[in-house]
Design a protein around this ligand. Structure first.
Ligand SMILES: [Zn+2]
Length: 389
């Protein structure tokens, strides 16, 4: 027969309960250790009670975490397994605390042991640091092949882009239809924005025909525009797919766009002219500088233009004034200020070096300062601008 619980108000294992079909409840003997036994007696609300060797307290009066229900054992292969005990056991420091059929105040739930706040903070910090560390590790792109194989799963915003994959390049691009392109052939499909990644991991971002400079991409990429993290690619693709509303362009922005394109093409022409030693590269340089002035909000003349203006002005201030009607050139006061700052003049012996330097620079523009300036050249530039304007 299971032993009856000695706690007042508890009917566990009483005949009347078992007859009614009540369950047999595991029960525990009092501890042999006198100190522990005293603590049990203090905990149980029963006056003048002296437990015998058969007195028991049923498991209803113990917190779940004071009860041992499983035995742990190691298998041959070294893994730990749990074995359900037929008779649950109590932990060494277990105390009866729960008395369901007695006034509530007699039940004293086990207090939760709180960790030291500093320790808790440290744990939270370590967890966060580990999460960041894991994120950063997973964010690193190993190689170009890595991008090619995994971009579809790693970058959600890629679904808004078209993709072309080549052996050594990966292109992302967006398309739109131009209904108002001024051509007789009607609307046509064109690439709005594109992002190109080469096998050296260098990114090239072109928005509406303009390649973004490293300055414009410094918010996300290093100066060399090299991609090293998935988060960089995610951010770039999610930010630049939005620039699609090209059909809403006003006339003004369309004009500025064409002008900017013109400047970009001229810049490329100048670079190529230098490489291939194009016979009109000097003239091209002047044209490029003029178009640049039209696209800049604040005038910033190239050294070539400044030297050209300086010599032109020193030959004939009135001719220079006439030229300024057709070309974007510095104001005469700026040239006078330069002249006084550097004291450049062919008559000044002490500044011969500076003067010769100026002459050498001007020679690059095709101007012979020792003889008569080639007015035909200047006239050609001026007239071409006058008709264009
Ligand atoms: Zn009981």
């Amino acid at each position: 027969m299971p032993r009856k619980c000695c706690v007042p108000g508890c009917n566990s294992n009483y005949d009347s309960e078992i007859k009614k079909g009540g369950p047999v409840v595991s029960a525990f003997r009092f501890p042999k250790d006198e100190e522990r036994k005293k603590l049990w007696l203090l905990a149980i609300p029963r006056k003048d009670f002296s437990p015998t060797a058969n007195s028991v307290v049923c498991m209803k009066h113990f917190s779940e975490d004071d009860i041992i229900r499983y035995d742990l054992y190691k298998t041959k292969d070294g893994t730990t397994q749990q074995l359900l005990l037929m008779c649950p056991k109590l932990k060494e420091d277990a105390l009866p605390r729960i008395f369901p059929n007695l006034p509530k105040y007699l039940t004293k739930e086990k207090s939760v042991v709180r960790n030291d706040p500093q320790e808790r903070k440290k744990k939270v910090f370590n967890r966060t640091a580990a999460a960041i560390d894991n994120f950063l590790k997973a964010d690193i792109i190993q190689s170009f092949e890595n991008v090619k194989n995994d971009f579809a799963s790693k970058v959600e915003s890629v679904s808004k882009w078209h993709v072309i994959m080549k052996n050594s390049e990966l292109f992302f691009y967006t398309l739109s239809v131009d209904y108002d392109n001024g051509s007789d052939e009607g609307e046509h499909l064109y690439i709005v924005n594109s992002v190109k990644l080469d096998q050296n991991m260098r990114l090239k971002v072109v928005i509406k025909g303009n390649e973004l400079s490293s300055h414009e991409l410094k918010w996300i990429l290093p100066y060399d525009l090299k991609l090293s993290r998935w988060s960089q690619l995610k951010n770039i693709l999610s930010r630049y797919h939005k620039f699609e509303e090209i059909n809403c362009k006003s006339d003004q922005s369309q004009f500025e766009l064409y002008l900017q394109k013109c400047r970009n093409y001229l810049e490329k022409c100048c670079e190529m002219a230098e490489i291939h030693d194009y016979e009109h590269k000097r003239q091209l340089e002047i044209v490029f500088d003029q178009v640049s002035q039209l696209t800049l909000k604040k005038r910033r003349y190239s050294p070539a233009t400044i030297l050209f203006s300086f010599i032109m002005f020193s030959y004939s201030p009135s001719a220079y004034k006439f030229l300024r009607n057709y070309l974007l050139l510095p104001h005469k006061r700026y040239l006078q200020m330069l002249s006084s700052s550097f004291n450049i003049s062919p008559d000044n012996e002490s500044n011969k070096t500076k003067y010769y330097f100026s002459c050498a620079a001007l020679a690059r523009l095709g101007i012979d300062v020792c003889g008569r300036p080639p007015y035909r050249f200047l006239g050609a530039v001026a007239s071409s601008y006058s008709t264009a304007c």
